[in-house]
Each structure stands twice: as C-alpha cells, then as structure tokens.
Design a protein around this ligand. Structure first.
Ligand code: BTN
Length: 264
C-alpha cells in the first residue's frame, strides 16, 4: 500500500466543525499536513453559509490543512486537489457502481444521475494575510462524503430526495469509512505534490477537466450580481470554469452552477 500523505490525523467523536478546528490550528501556526476527522459535527459548514448535516457515524467528515505556495488566482486548485483525491478514493474502493463519480464544478462529487455524493469546502483566513517571509498562507479544505447515509431515499428530508446519494446506495451495501479515509489520504499525496509546481498544477486542471461532468453541459451560473446561461466548454489552467455564452466566453472563478437540462 502506498504511503498516506500524512500521519497527523486527529480524530474527534463529536466536534462543531473540522474546518473550524483546522482554521484555528492554522492561526496558531500549525504546519500543512494536519488532518481532522469527525464521527459527528454539530455545526458542520457548507458552501455559501449553509450548514452540512449528517447522522453520527454514518459519513466521512474530514478536513485537511494545506499551505500551498500558490497565489490567490490559483487557490481553486486546492479545492480541485482534494476533490480529485476524493474521486480517486471512491474509485479505489473497487465496488461496481463507484467508478463513475464525477466532479460537478466547482466543488461537488456527483453520480451519473447528477445526485450529490459529496461536497468540498475550502476556507482560508483572509483576516490574517501571511508575512512575506513566513510559511505560505493556510487553506483548509473539508470534504463531506455520503458513505452509509442515506441508506435509501426515504431517509432523506423530502427536499433532498432525488438530489443526494450515498456510496452505500451506489455500491449496494455498507461501505467501510476507514478504508475510504485510508484511500483518500493515499490519493492526496500526489495531488498535494502537484499543487506545488506549475506542471503539477496543469495536471490538476487537466485531471479536473477529465473528471468534470459540468463541461459539455448547458449551465446557469448564479453570481452575487446576477445569473447567466451558457455552455460549459472547459477548465482554465487555474481550475476555473470556461463558459461560452451568446456574448462570448466567460471564465467563472466562483459561483453556484446549475446544470440546466434541455427543455427545463
Ligand atoms: C458543500 O456545501 O457542498 C460543502 C460541504 C463541506 C462539508 C465538509 S464536512 C467536513 C468539513 N467540515 C465542515 O464543517 N465542512 C466540511
């Protein structure tokens, strides 16, 4: 078995949020390579200020502390590295039904039907920009993977039915969370190494393109100042989404992306 990216794995039965924990550790000077895993979060954080909830002991809730020597323009590639490691880890479980998981840009893992299997949330401490001579600024990237919950759609709140899925549903049986975590930490090694070089970052962007179900689809992009529609045509070298619209090509750095089904 290849080596995991780190052995500094801190485990919690219950915590408010593994992302919050690692951001505090980063503020206190923790180096990159710290991982936090929880059985249960009481204040799990999702994107856009949402909460992230899962029953205790059911899913993989894990955050990693990175200090990539990259500028703000390439920061999305930290999310990409973690999302791709999660895709790798799911495929490495080896069960039929788990090899077709893709990335819905910017940060979801979805099954072939577009149901959400996992979400990735990157947070950095913008209040404390790093000193020029200090270690690179931290970015904490957390991922929540639906492992054994839901067992089926009836366990989901009505608004999530048809929109979320678990590895257990896809694999047709219970999945070992520890095996998934081990695979994730092994897969992270080369992905984090790639973050550290220009050629590696190009590889991350290329692998994202290969794994991204958003590219080639009609999308609606919701931005703070409005929405627009177009066809997602590619991924930029920085990991951003390239969208062709009637008025030309736009590169989306951040935003909520909805896959628009023909006729909807
Ligand atoms: C999303 O909104 O899709 C992102 C969800 C990210 C959830 C994970 S669970 C582990 C880590 N800790 C948190 O508080 N959030 C992330």
């Amino acid at each position: 078995m290849p080596e995991p990216w780190t052995t500094d794995v801190r485990r919690f039965g219950t915590i408010d949020s593994t992302n919050r924990y690692l951001l505090d550790e980063a503020r206190a000077g923790a180096p990159d390579g710290v991982v936090a895993v929880a059985d249960h979060q009481t204040a799990g954080r999702g994107r856009l200020g949402r909460t992230w909830e899962a029953p205790p002991g059911a899913n993989l809730l894990v955050s990693v502390l990175l200090r990539p020597a990259i500028g703000p323009a390439e920061r999305h590639l930290a999310t990409t590295a973690v999302a791709l490691a999660a895709v790798d880890a799911v495929a490495a479980l080896g069960a039929p039904g788990l090899s077709d998981v893709s990335v819905k840009w910017p940060n979801d893992l979805v099954d072939p039907a577009g149901r959400k299997l996992a979400g990735v949330l990157a947070e950095s401490d913008l209040a404390r920009p790093g000193a020029d001579d200090g270690p690179p600024d931290p970015v904490v990237v957390g991922v929540g993977i639906n492992v054994n919950w839901p067992g089926d759609d009836t366990e989901l709140p009505p608004e999530l039915r048809g929109h979320a899925v678990s590895l257990r549903q896809l694999a047709g049986g219970t999945v070992d969370r520890e095996a998934l975590l081990d695979g994730f930490l092994v897969a992270l090694g080369p992905r984090v190494t790639d973050l550290g070089s220009p050629s590696g970052r190009l590889r991350l962007a290329g692998d994202l393109l290969s794994s991204c179900s958003t590219v080639g689809t009609r999308v609606r992009v919701d931005l703070p100042d409005g929405s627009f529609e177009g066809t997602a045509t590619g991924i930029s070298p920085e990991g951003h989404l390239v969208v062709a619209t009637g008025e030309g090509t736009r590169t989306v750095v951040a935003g909520d992306v909805v896959h628009v089904r023909p006729g909807s």
